[in-house]
Write a protein that binds this ligand. Structure first.
Ligand code: 1CP
Length: 342
């Protein structure tokens, strides 16, 4: 096995960690903005395999990252299930909302999503042909709780209040929604693997707003169900999980869900994580994306501090959240040089 990402995910300690970035294909790159303009809008870009493959490849050409992440979005599953989805430029995603069981009555079943999602599988097939031999292809989906927060509120929210309200006020409807998303996600990711995705990442971006029993029931358990099903269908498939802002629920999480790697957000201290989390699992993270905006010596120092902190065990270098549109593309070269010379 020569691909460095796969080696780290298998538990190997490497002299230099494999590197990729969350949202590495995105608006901070002029070539992304050009291809997006050609597609017309964000969803057309996701559903046009040639163009989606092109933007997936752009950061690989520019920086030679060790991994490439499929260009798509976590909100394509809601759309495939029958929710309305559109993007408001400069604001973000908008979806139809869910306030009662009636709003889900017209949804499709978990096995009926592939007609909508077929272009995504085609993007993966193109990438398996076009990616450099040493680059690992990561497929992904949102975790059920995070996807549910968007489906219920109809947009991104800072406190996920509408989702919490449905969870507490109408648990039957909420549980049915989580179950539907979980089942659909298993089918979607399984098709991604069949098309050529070598690693799967699950993004639970809003895991941090669940506490105690609710965290266990709606972040951990659905993720565990997905990981278990995928690994039984695709033995040996490596899985990365990102329970963002899970705080004191990070320890034990990867093991509990059966994942191979735990992605860390910016709030997690690398020295603490090296002592507490890395002995149980490969860790991924966790440079603050703001440093790619501001750059300079603080960027170099922090990239090297993280690299050195995790040097004693399996580590995948990444950001603690997605790179932002105002990041300077030159700073990514600075980050890579810093990691390699740490
Ligand atoms: O204007 C544009 O061009 C759209 C910006 C954009 C991009 C580049 C969106 C809208 N989605 C994406 C691609 C994307 N999204 C990828 C693949 C590209 C890559 O990583 O290189 C991935 C993995 C995602 C995942 C995603 N989408 C998450 C989970 C990760 C995270 O950031 O926490 C979430 C929450 C989304 C929803 C979403 N899609 C887009 C936006 C702006 C948002 C967030 C909306 C909000 O919360 O308000």
């Amino acid at each position: 096995m020569t691909k460095t990402l796969l080696r780290a995910l298998a538990g190997e300690t490497l002299p230099t960690p494999p590197v990729w970035m969350m949202r590495q294909a995105g608006r901070y790159l002029p070539e992304y903005r050009a291809t997006r303009a050609k597609a017309g809008d964000f969803l057309s870009l996701c559903y046009t395999p040639d163009l989606a493959a092109e933007v997936t490849l752009q950061p690989i050409r520019r920086y030679g990252f060790d991994a490439s992440i499929l260009f798509a979005d976590i909100l394509l599953i809601p759309q495939a299930l029958g929710a309305d989805l559109w993007f408001v430029t400069g604001e973000g995603p908008r979806l139809s909302t869910i306030t009662s069981a009636g709003d889900m009555a017209h949804f499709k079943g978990k096995d009926d999503i592939h007609e909508t999602l077929a272009p995504i599988y085609e993007t993966i097939r193109i990438l398996t042909r076009e990616l450099p031999a040493e680059t690992t292809l990561i497929g992904f989906a949102g975790a059920p709780w995070t996807v549910a927060t968007y489906m219920i509120a109809g947009r991104g929210t800072s406190d996920q209040a509408p989702a919490h309200a449905l969870r507490e006020g109408d648990p039957e409807t909420f549980d049915a929604l989580i179950d539907l998303i979980t089942g659909a996600t298993i089918e979607y990711l399984s098709q991604q693997v069949q098309a050529g995705a070598e690693v799967i990442k699950l993004f639970d971006s809003w895991a941090g707003s669940l506490k105690g029993d609710a965290f266990e029931r709606y972040s951990l358990q659905p993720i565990k169900r997905i990981v278990t099903a995928l690994k039984s269908r695709h033995p040996g498939l490596p899985v990365i999980v990102f329970p963002r802002e899970a705080g004191d629920s990070y320890p034990g999480f990867a093991k509990a869900v059966g994942a191979d790697c735990l992605a860390l957000d910016t709030s997690v201290d690398a020295t603490w994580a090296a002592e507490t989390l890395q002995p149980e699992t490969c860790v991924q993270g966790n440079l603050d994306p703001k440093l790619l905006v501001t750059g300079g010596q603080p960027l170099i120092d922090e990239a090297q501090r993280i690299t050195r902190a995790f040097r004693g065990g399996p580590h995948v270098f990444n950001l603690g959240h997605g790179i932002t549109p105002d990041a300077d593309p030159e700073n990514v070269h600075v980050m890579l040089d810093a990691i390699r010379s740490a």
